[in-house]
Design a protein around this ligand. Sequence first.
Ligand code: FAD
Length: 382
Amino acid sequence: MAVSHLSEDEQTLIEAIREIARERVAPRAAEIDHTSQFPWDMKELLAQQDVLAMPFPEEYGGIGSSELAVVIAIEELSRNCATTGLILAVQQLGSLPIMLAGNEEQKRKYLPPLASGEWLAAFGLTEAGSGSDAAAMKTFAVRSGDKYVLNGSKRFITNGGLAQVNSIFAITDPNVGTRGISAFIVERDFPGFSVGRIEDKMGIKGSQTAELIFTDCEVPAANLLGREGDGFKFAMMTLDRTRPGVGAQALGIAQGALDLAISYSKQRVQFDRPIADNQGIQFMLADMATKVEAARLLVYNAAEMIDRGEPYFSKFSSMAKMYASDVAMEVTGDAVQILGGYGYMKEYPAERMMRDAKITQIYEGTNQIQRLVIARALLGEN
Ligand SMILES: Cc1cc2nc3c(=O)[nH]c(=O)nc-3n(C[C@H](O)[C@H](O)[C@H](O)COP(=O)(O)OP(=O)(O)OC[C@H]3O[C@@H](n4cnc5c(N)ncnc54)[C@H](O)[C@@H]3O)c2cc1C
């Protein structure tokens, strides 16, 4: 689909990303999946090419791309390697609380090294006992002089242990529900910060998912984001803005699976003709392509609503994430089917794409939670 709303510079950058993704990211994808090691070379590549700088404003070392350009970049990277696409998505996720709520001093200190890719970011909301019900968190922060002392732990944190900068949510007042949750910038080197279990996962295997542990962790009071009690609001504002990025990751995976299914079906001969000559296969390809295109429209639309500063984009953001991730599961499953036995083998990327697609239905709010967000907006509107 042609995208007319990108600036000329953005179009040039997206062309370059498409080429880098094809030439340099795609050849690494199987190995990243196989070794389950964080791809530092891919992080460097994205940093060098200014891809990691895209979500950051120019005044803080970024290139100030539109959200539309950011989601297309995530899509193009994920089309070839979902783990590499996630590096950009999480750099935005972990940094957005600072961009949305940070004061000038916090922005000047933390955003430039994140925009350059020197530092990685992480977003710490989930805990062992609080996933969908994020407000049920137990990690708490107590003010002590010019510091806060944090105790508790966060689970399933992407880039956990690799990120220098962690946006962490903790309770400062247990008596007022979500209004008692505050947000902090926690550096990996702060005393009392440690990394626990590193998860062994189904997909996005090169992405490190870890437990973060806070044991009397000392955080300067200057690292409180906004005011005490504003943290939950910042977490939700962040997720509203990053869910199109998860949709874009899903969309990229689905497009990659469709590309593969088309090329394979033209080459694979059974009964003396390419399997693509069978109408049964053609109908599958047509349905897959239509779903991918519909997902793309929802993802781009949500990103453009953010760019236009529209106030009620949250519902559309959830729709984009939910629909694109459901499509990614369907289309990758169909791609495995079209490749037959070869689709089930690691020799081809179809099975990796299917494993990678699954997470997009789960993180940044499961698709059940997205349906709740959408339904609440619908009912509230009436
Ligand atoms: C690989 C990976 C990376 C992640 N990265 C991060 C990260 O960087 N930062 C972070 O903070 N978190 C992260 N997460 C956590 C992720 O956001 C949560 O796993 C997710 O929100 C679901 O929480 P849960 O796993 O506790 O499931 P639960 O909340 O226990 O849900 C279990 C099931 O119940 C359903 N359910 C729950 N409540 C309802 C309801 N009210 N109505 C209907 N169904 C419901 C859910 O949809 C799900 O199907 C990551 C998770 C994974 C797996």
